[in-house]
Design a binder for this molecule. Structure first.
Ligand SMILES: Cc1ncc(COP(=O)(O)O)c(C=O)c1O
Length: 353
């Protein structure tokens, strides 16, 4: 645990920084050889159990364990969008910001991005972008959303908005993909069952390695037919893993122990946001902190994000720079109340200076 009296920095850069807990490591170590097999042959019972469990949670037929959220997203895009055809997503989507141009490189997919407040696509704006078919017109095949939205400060798509997007894509014969790296946070924050989200998408990529605290692993969730195709594409990318049950065991532990507790991360993020807003209401708006990310907008403060991050680091608090005047603090299971209080003290002081 960082942030208590440990003397370690309070690391609020990302919820991907968590280390497997003793309980999680024990669950991995408790596996016996009979729990493991070659997953490229489809013979790892622990992977198979994880895939079945996650498919059921989202109300889909099948799921595929993959090494990363990036691979999960990239496989899904290739399932939905043929080469030289188009994906619509928001301009701040992880898919087009942090995945190394994979859609272009691996799938030869054209992306059309819409600027959207907090990263949440407006169904009317998406509808307005749908073009009639015609000679030479690029064919739009899919729309992607991100739940919760990372660069949008952990913003949650309300279910009703997702339903409207579903209606929009249905009307145009398109598919809908969800980058659900933090969909668990959305579900816990709103009380919406994962299956209610799952039913709205052809494909989802969901991560065990963010707020859920597993060291590695994401899943593609879709129909049995699409998952069979994804399995071939995963292999082609070198993502076929052998006795991957050692990792899947961490994921199964995370699903049992680390989903409901995301509410604690959300409460800590809210507390942090309120503490900072007391001294810098123009920098932090606690009403926009819905999950575990506290976005800071330093515009007009005389400080840029890098400067703030450096000053905070010098005082043992790490935060992420996400733009010249944008930074963020992310709560996660390795930061406790004492850590959040320490971070609040330091950042409050820096913002008031
Ligand atoms: C919204 C979102 N999607 C996808 C990913 C990619 O996950 P990975 O780092 O496992 O490739 C991340 C990573 O933080 C993310 O925040």
């Amino acid at each position: 645990m960082n942030g208590s009296a440990s003397g370690h920095p309070v690391d609020l850069r990302s919820d991907t920084l968590t280390r497997p807990s003793a309980g999680m490591l024990a669950a991995m170590a408790a596996l016996t050889p009979a729990d493991l097999g070659d997953d490229v042959y489809g013979e790892d019972p622990t992977v198979n159990a994880l895939e079945a469990e996650v498919a059921e949670l989202f109300g889909h037929e099948a799921a595929l364990f993959v090494p990363s959220g990036t691979m999960g997203n990239q496989l899904c895009l290739r399932l939905l969008v043929p080469p030289a055809e188009e994906l619509i997503c928001d301009a701040d989507a992880h898919l087009v910001t942090y995945e190394g141009g994979g859609a272009a490189q691996h799938g030869a997919i054209q992306t059309r991005t819409l600027v959207a407040a907090r990263g949440l696509l407006d169904p009317a704006a998406v509808r307005a972008q749908l073009r009639p078919a015609g000679y030479g017109t690029v064919v739009t095949r899919a729309v992607a959303v991100e739940q919760t939205h990372n660069r949008g400060g952990g913003a949650v798509y309300p279910l009703a908005v997702l339903e409207e997007l579903r209606a929009a894509v249905d009307g145009a014969g398109l598919a809908l993909h969800c980058d659900g790296a933090r969909i668990w946070n959305a579900s816990v924050a709103t009380g919406t069952p994962l299956s209610a989200y799952g039913g709205l998408f052809e494909t989802l990529s969901v991560c065990l390695s963010k707020g859920l605290g597993a060291p590695i692993g994401s899943l593609v969730v879709a129909s049995a037919a699409l998952v069979a195709e994804a399995r071939v594409l995963r292999r082609r990318l070198g993502g076929g893993m052998r006795q991957a049950g050692v990792l899947a065991a961490a994921g199964r532990y995370a699903l049992r122990h680390n989903v409901d507790r995301l509410a604690e991360d959300h409460a800590r993020a809210a507390r942090l946001a309120h503490a900072l807003a007391e001294v810098a209401p123009h920098v932090v708006d606690p009403r926009l902190v819905e999950t575990n990310i506290v976005p800071l907008d330093l515009t007009g403060t005389g400080s840029d994000a890098t400067g703030l991050a450096q000053r905070a680091a010098a005082e043992g608090v790490l935060l992420s720079v996400v733009g010249s005047h944008r930074a963020r603090l992310v709560t996660h299971l390795d930061v406790d109340d004492a850590g959040v209080d320490r971070a609040a003290d330091v950042v409050r002081r820096l913002l008031s200076a």
